[in-house]
Design a protein around this ligand. Structure first.
Ligand SMILES: Nc1ncnc2c1ncn2[C@@H]1O[C@H](COP(=O)(O)OP(=O)(O)OP(=O)(O)O)[C@@H](O)[C@H]1O
Ligand SMILES: [Mg+2]
Length: 496
């Protein structure tokens, strides 16, 4: 193990990190920091939760200098507002004992504060493409003196949805700049494309080639589940022994809003983050989740990449993600910084083909996951759910309950939750510690993303119509309020 000091990081930043108990470098940091400090262009690839942010953040801050001239000299571009806030906070933390200032620039937020900080001479900018270009075109943000540029979640930033904006941003910066790209996933096509923006980049992969594509700290559990029964299954998983914070990923913002309502109704402490909320609501939800005031976050793919929250023990994929990259990013919200985590994925009958592609790319060997109901004994065993747990913590509020006498009729409390006919059920619980010698890159074959510019992470196919079959049939459901748009039309990729 090497300390940050030994890697050549300035003492004041070493001290700032030490205050957080961060002293020894993680492998990606060990491999990238010395080269980055010398100005080497880098494509840095390491699994989720392994410390990429400081891997680029420390050299970037150090090369800008402890007390630089006023004016933007470093730019970090990220795909979502939530990630902009987080990366900003990480850089702030590292730079707290130096004069250089960091400013977050992202959409859905008032312009005034951001403009003020730029006018005050901030040197390091962390932002989302839409607002960055907006301020650049107004000549409030000058990128002509940028010496350091980073794309975090680089494969996403160079994907079709963002590429045009990223090209524009690059074009506004000097060609002589130092450029670094980081992500957990880096398909070969993106690496090739990336070279256009870089000068003699070195591709660093901080993972053991024998380790496989998926995060080894995460236990991957996959079930074929019925949409009518999913809320009940989730309610039971939420009572698993040792469950800490939990993130549930949904395909659409509409589904996310509905599930939050349902889970709150069942007595759970759930917040949600998706593109139907305004930025204040999104930030309040994230803070409440980070602070532990809410222990369940129901999210669309806006929270799939980069988001780092302590003590996330479980990730649940309510629906199969678009591809294996999204799978890896989503489940990577758990099992971070050396901890372990559990990822549960529900596969609908209709999504079996989609799942089979992901399964193949990740070499899980579970193309046909076991049929699973809220009452399935293997659900309880796999997830350590205490016997007898049901999927709600409190009864339906009195005023909304059917006139006395009736016991629960909710799906999954018995009736529709029963496991169907026996048959040779195979356990598909799966630990992916097994080797996949082919390493990253081989999954490109399926990597045909077609994300719209404003639909981060796969967008909202047919949004108004898209509803989980049966989900609307729960006994009681208050009308959802729409909470207004996010202000900038999601130009920064946060419309989901
Ligand atoms: N050297 C270190 N020692 C201990 N903890 C660290 C170290 N470096 C980073 N961390 C912590 O590890 C966590 C994950 O780091 P980070 O968010 O940078 O991961 P990442 O590789 O960017 O993941 P993702 O691919 O999901 O974006 C953070 O909480 C960070 O503070
Ligand atoms: Mg990251």
């Amino acid at each position: 193990m090497t300390t940050f000091l030994e890697l050549g990081v300035d003492q004041d930043m070493v001290d700032s990190l030490a205050d957080q108990g961060i002293i020894e470098a993680f492998p990606i940091q060990e491999q990238t920091i010395p080269l980055a400090l010398e100005g080497q262009d880098i494509i840095g690839q390491a699994k989720t939760g392994t410390g990429k942010t400081f891997g680029f953040g420390l050299p970037l801050l150090q090369r800008v200098g402890a007390d630089p001239e006023p004016g933007v000299q470093a730019l970090v571009v990220v795909p979502t507002r939530e990630l902009a806030v987080q990366v900003y906070e990480d850089l702030e933390l590292a730079a707290k004992n130096r004069a250089a200032t960091v400013v977050p620039i992202y959409g859905g937020k008032a312009y005034e504060g951001q403009i003020e900080q730029l006018k005050d001479g901030a040197q390091v900018v962390v932002g989302t493409p839409g607002r960055l270009l907006d301020l650049a075109s107004q000549r409030i943000l000058n990128l002509g003196d940028v010496r350091e540029m980073v794309l975090d979640e680089a494969d996403k930033m160079l994907d079709l949805g963002f590429l045009a904006d990223i090209e524009k941003l690059f074009a506004k910066t000097p060609a002589t700049r130092h450029t670094m790209l980081f992500s957990a996933t880096m398909p070969g096509t993106i690496v090739t494309l990336a070279r256009r923006f870089m000068s003699k980049p070195i591709h660093i992969r901080a993972s053991d080639p024998d380790e496989g594509v998926a995060q080894a700290n995460i236990e991957h559990i996959v079930y074929r589940a019925h949409s009518l029964d999913k809320d009940e299954v989730i309610g039971r998983i939420l009572q698993a022994e040792g469950r800490g914070k939990t993130v549930v990923f949904m395909r659409t913002k509409r589904a996310a809003a509905k599930l939050q309502e349902e889970m709150v109704d069942r007595g759970f402490n759930a917040a949600s983050v998706h593109g139907d909320l305004n930025q204040d609501q999104r930030e309040r939800a994230m803070s409440a989740f980070k602070a532990g005031k809410k222990d369940i976050l129901i999210a669309t793919d806006v929270a799939a990449r980069g988001i780092d929250v302590d003590d996330v023990t479980h990730v649940i994929n309510h629906t199969v993600p678009d591809d294996e990259k999204t799978y890896l990013h989503r489940v990577g919200r758990t099992g971070r910084a050396g901890r372990t985590g559990i990822a549960v994925t529900f596969v609908d009958w209709d999504d079996l083909h989609k799942w089979a592609l992901i399964d193949k790319a990740l070499d899980f060997g579970v193309p046909e996951p076991v049929e699973t109901y809220s009452s399935s004994p293997h659900l309880y065993a796999d997830l350590n759910i205490p016997e007898g747990s049901k999927g709600r913590l409190k009864a339906t509020p009195v005023k909304e309950r059917a006139p006395r006498g009736g016991s629960s009729t909710r799906a999954g409390d018995g009736g529709s939750g029963e496991e169907r006919s026996g048959g040779g059920r195979k356990r598909t619980r799966r630990r992916t510690r097994s080797a996949n010698p082919q390493g990253p890159g081989r999954h490109e074959a399926h990597g045909h993303e077609q994300h719209g510019h404003d639909t981060e992470g796969g967008g909202e196919p047919g949004a108004p119509l898209l509803q989980e079959p049966g989900e609307g049939s729960a006994p009681k459901r208050r009308r959802r309020r729409r909470t207004g748009g996010s202000g900038d039309g999601g130009a920064d990729g946060s419309a989901q």
